[in-house]
Ligand binder design. Structure first.
Ligand code: BG6
Length: 484
C-alpha cells in the first residue's frame, strides 16, 4: 500500500548493530575480553528467559571453559567482513549505519594510558567505509561491552575510577573520529542498568540488599560521563549531535483498578527516570524520593549535578521492541533482573517465539509520550525489529514476510506519530544483518535483512544472503517511506 506522503528529507533511514554481537575476533589485534565474551550459549535455553552473570566465579568459569560455546567471541566475523557487509547493506540506499566501538579493543584492559593502535586503524577504516557507501555513521560509545578487567578488578560502573577510564576512552574516540562521525550515542539502553546489572553496568557479586543503591551509584557515574561526553563532542564539533539511548518500556495498566493504574504510572516514572536525567539535566522527584527512602547513600561529587545540568543530550535515542503490562507490585527501580514483557501477558497482542509482544501502535503511543514529556527533543529510533527463526530454503532464499509486516506496521506508526506532531530523527532497523542475540546468545534469533549462514554453535558457510525483506526495505528507503 502507498503511504500518503514522504518522510522528512533529512530523516535517517538505516540499520543498527553492535560491536560485541557482530565483530567477533575477540582476541585479534590486541583486543581484551569483555562481558560479551563470557556469555555462554545454552543449548537447553528456554527462549523466554534472559539469564545473566552475577559473580566473578561465573566469569572465571567461563574464561576457563574449553567445551562451552561463546558466540559473541566470533560474532558474525564482522571484524574481517565489514567491507563486504557494508557494501551490501549500502545497496539498500540507507543513509545511516549504527554500530558501536568496542571499548575492549581500544583499551584492552581499560586502564592503559594509550589506546591500541591496531584498533584505531580498524575503526578509521570502518567509519570511512560507512561514509564511502553513502551512510552516516551513528556511533555508540559503549554497547553492552567493557574491558572485563574493569569489571572484575574495579567493580564496573559503581567505581568512579571506571568512569575516568571511560572518559579517556571517549576522549580518544571523539578526538579521532569527529571528522567522520557527527552523531554520537554515549550509552546503549542506559535504563537497562536497572534490569541487567552485569551487561549494562559491569556489576558482580553485589548482594541483593545492596543492589538498589549500587545500581543507582553506577547509573550516577553514567549520567556524569554522559554529560562529560556531550561537552566533549560539542567542543570537537559544535554541529555534531550527542545523545544516549534508552530502552522504551511503555507499560499498560493490568486493569482499570486504580491501584494498577497507579502502578503503571510509577513503573513508567521508574523506567523513564534515566532519560529524564539525560534530557532535563536533573534527577526527577521519583529518583530523589527513592534515594531518600533507601538511605540517600549516593556519592555525588562537587560539580556532578552542575555538569549534568549544563550538558543535556541533543536528542534521545530509543529502542522499541515490546510493550508491557504491569499491575501492583515492585517497580523496575526495585527489581533485579529482566521483565521484558512485564509480568503479565497482553491478551490483545501476539508475541514472538521469544515471548516478545508485538505492538506497532504502542510505538505511536511511545513517541507521543516522549513528545509530551520532552518537548522539542528529537527522538531517534535507534533499534526496532523482529527476532525470528528464519529458514534458508534449498534454493538459497529466505522468505521473511513476517519481518516485512513487522517493519511496515511499525514504520506506519512512526508516520502517524510524525503527523501527530512528534519530532522523529530517523528509523534504524535492528539489525540489518543477522548478529548474535544480546539476551539469548543465539544466532538463530535473527533480525537482519541479510541472512548470515552461521548457526548457534558457529557452523555454516558464513555466506551472506539477502532476505525478501532486503528488497522491501530498499523500496521503503528509496521512496522515503512512501512505498510501504
Ligand atoms: C536491544 C539491544 O536490547 O535489543 C541489542 O540494544 C539487542 O543489543 C536487541 O540485540 C535485541 O535483543 P536480543 O536479545 O533479541 O538480541
Amino acid at each position: 500500500s502507498e503511504a500518503r506522503s514522504a518522510f522528512p528529507k533529512d530523516f535517517l533511514w538505516g540499520v543498527a548493530i553492535a560491536a560485541n554481537q557482530a565483530e567477533g575476533a575477540w582476541q585479534e589485534g590486541g583486543k581484551g575480553p569483555s562481558q560479551a565474551d563470557v556469555m555462554r550459549f545454552d543449548p537447553d535455553l528456554d527462549p523466554r528467559s534472559i539469564e545473566t552473570i552475577g559473580s566473578r566465579d561465573d566469569v572465571e568459569r567461563a574464561l576457563a571453559d574449553v567445551s562451552g560455546v561463546y558466540p559473541k567471541r566470533d560474532g558474525i566475523g564482522f571484524y574481517e567482513t565489514y567491507r563486504d557487509d557494508l557494501e551490501l547493506l549500502g545497496q539498500m540506499g540507507i543513509t545511516a549505519f549504527r554500530t558501536s566501538i568496542a571499548w575492549s579493543r581500544l583499551y584492552p584492559r581499560g586502564d592503559e594510558s594509550e589506546p591500541n593502535p591496531t584498533a584505531l586503524k580498524f575503526y578509521d577504516d570502518l567509519f570511512a567505509t560507512v561514509r564511502h557507501h553513502g551512510m552516516r555513521p551513528v556511533v555508540t560509545l559503549t554497547h553492552y561491552e567493557m574491558p572485563l578487567h574493569l569489571v572484575t578488578e574495579l567493580g564496573g560502573w559503581r567505581s568512579r575510577e571506571v568512569m575516568d577510564h571511560f572518559l579517556r576512552f571517549a576522549q580518544t574516540a571523539v578526538a579521532r573520529w569527529s571528522p567522520l562521525v557527527d552523531v554520537w550515542m554515549v550509552f546503549n539502553q542506559l535504563n537497562t542498568g536497572l534490569l541487567d546489572p552485569f551487561l549494562a553496568l559491569g556489576l558482580l557479586d553485589v548482594p541483593d540488599a545492596e543492589m538498589p543503591a549500587v545500581k543507582m551509584q553506577a547509573l550516577h557515574h553514567q549520567f556524569v560521563a554522559n554529560a562529560a561526553v556531550v561537552a566533549m563532542v560539542h567542543r570537537a564539533n559544535p554541529d555534531a549531535l550527542a545523545g544516549s539511548m534508552v530502552l522504551d518500556m511503555t507499560a499498560y495498566a493490568a486493569s482499570t483498578r486504580p491501584a494498577d493504574v497507579l502502578a503503571q504510572v510509577q513503573e513508567e516514572q521508574a523506567t523513564l527516570f534515566p532519560s529524564d536525567v539525560l534530557v532535563r539535566g536533573a534527577y526527577p522527584p521519583v529518583a530523589t524520593r527513592y534515594l531518600r527512602e533507601h538511605g540517600n547513600s549516593l556519592d555525588i561529587r562537587e560539580g556532578d549535578l552542575e555538569l549534568i545540568a549544563e550538558h543535556p543530550v541533543d536528542y534521545l535515542a530509543i529502542s522499541y521492541y515490546v510493550t508491557r503490562v504491569v499491575g501492583e507490585g515492585p517497580t523496575s527501580l526495585d527489581r533485579i533482573g529482566w521483565s521484558i514483557n512485564g509480568d503479565l501477558p497482553n491478551p490483545h497482542l501476539a508475541s514472538s517465539p521469544w515471548g516478545w509482544q508485538i505492538d506497532p501502535l504502542g510505538l505511536r503511543t511511545a513517541l507521543n509520550k516522549y513528545a509530551d514529556r520532552y518537548p522539542g527533543v528529537p527522538i531517534l529510533i535507534a533499534e526496532n525489529g523482529l527476532g525470528a527463526n528464519d529458514v534458508l530454503t534449498s534454493a538459497g532464499e529466505v522468505h521473511d514476510s513476517y519481518r516485512i509486516d513487522y517493519h511496515r506496521e511499525h514504520i506506519s506508526a512512526v508516520r502517524q506519530a510524525i503527523d501527530d506532531g512528534c519530532t522523529v530523527m530517523g528509523y534504524l532497523a535492528w539489525s540489518g544483518i543477522d548478529v548474535v542475540s544480546a539476551s539469548s546468545n543465539q544466532r538463530s534469533k535473527r533480525y537482519g535483512f541479510v541472512y548470515v549462514d552461521l548457526d548457534n554453535v558457529g557452523a555454516g558457510s558464513e555466506r551472506r544472503i539477502r532476505k525478501d525483506s532486503f528488497d522491501w526495505f530498499k523500496k521503503v528507503v528509496t521512496s522515503r517511506g512512501r512505498a510501504l
